[in-house]
Design a protein around this ligand. Structure first.
Ligand code: F6R
Length: 237
């Protein structure tokens, strides 16, 4: 495990963007696993900036996102498809048809989960997976539970996750209670993992994730077993 401790959120975002840029420059056909939430916003801004300056080319890149809310379609401002379009995809020359996010509107959710796993397999897996960390230790929306869920699945979001997500919604009752998330196996099979974590409020959970026992009660703790994990943190270690 490599750990970089940044002195500011800006530095954290730049460092993470550096690592993603290196991947894209060295391997233009990379499959990037992407995350939403507040943690990667600065990183996406930085990547868009470097693209604008002519330093990056996303034309051959494919992306697979970690998760999507159940019941929101891509035109909904709170959906993760909308988030990705807004923060990254519309700002760089990625081909939209190469960007993949679970379909939160799928009627047959089991079939959608299977489709997503098959898609990831057909792409040859993920080269670099970007992750944020939930306050309860979730990665993607793999919530604390009795066992690690391996494959893409539909999850009932925990109370603390619903609370945390509510900051993006006007009314509490609008916050989705379910999401489709990539499973732990797909995440762990990524060739490289980049975890970005900022803020005092994540200190305790980051510590438990990186240095505590590996347990499905702290889903991120499984990352300790990954052979190529990079953690970029600010004020969280
Ligand atoms: C988002 C995701 C989540 C977030 C986590 C941290 O796609 O999968 O696991 O990474 O909830 O969220 P922020 O960055 O908003 O603190």
């Amino acid at each position: 495990m490599k750990i970089y401790e940044a002195h500011s959120m800006g530095e954290m975002s730049r460092k993470a963007a550096n690592i993603i840029s290196a991947q894209v420059i060295l391997y233009p056909h990379s499959v990037l696993g992407l995350a939403t939430g507040s943690s990667p916003i600065g990183t996406y801004e930085q990547l868009a900036d470097w693209y604008k300056k002519g330093d990056l080319d996303f034309s051959e890149v494919t992306t697979v996102n970690l998760d999507e809310y159940r019941g929101l379609d891509g035109s909904s401002e709170q959906s993760y498809r909308y988030f990705m379009n807004q923060h990254l995809f519309s700002k760089v020359n990625i081909k939209l048809e190469r960007t993949h996010i679970p379909n939160g509107m799928a009627e047959d959710v089991e079939a959608e989960c299977r489709r997503y796993d098959e898609l990831i397999a057909s792409l040859g897996g993920i080269d670099l997976q970007l992750l944020g960390l939930g306050h309860n230790g979730h990665i993607g929306f793999n919530e604390p539970s009795g066992a690690f869920e391996k494959t893409t699945h539909c999850v009932d979001l925990g109370e603390s996750t619903i609370q945390a997500n509510s900051r993006f919604f006007e009314r509490m009752e609008d916050v989705p209670r379910q999401a489709i998330t990539m499973g732990i196996k797909s995440i762990m099979q990524a060739k490289k993992i980049l975890l970005i974590v900022g803020g005092e409020d994540k200190k305790e959970i980051l510590h438990r994730s990186l240095f505590g026992p590996v347990t499905p009660n702290v889903p991120a703790s499984i990352l300790q077993l990954h052979p190529n994990l990079t953690v970029v943190s600010c004020n969280a270690l």
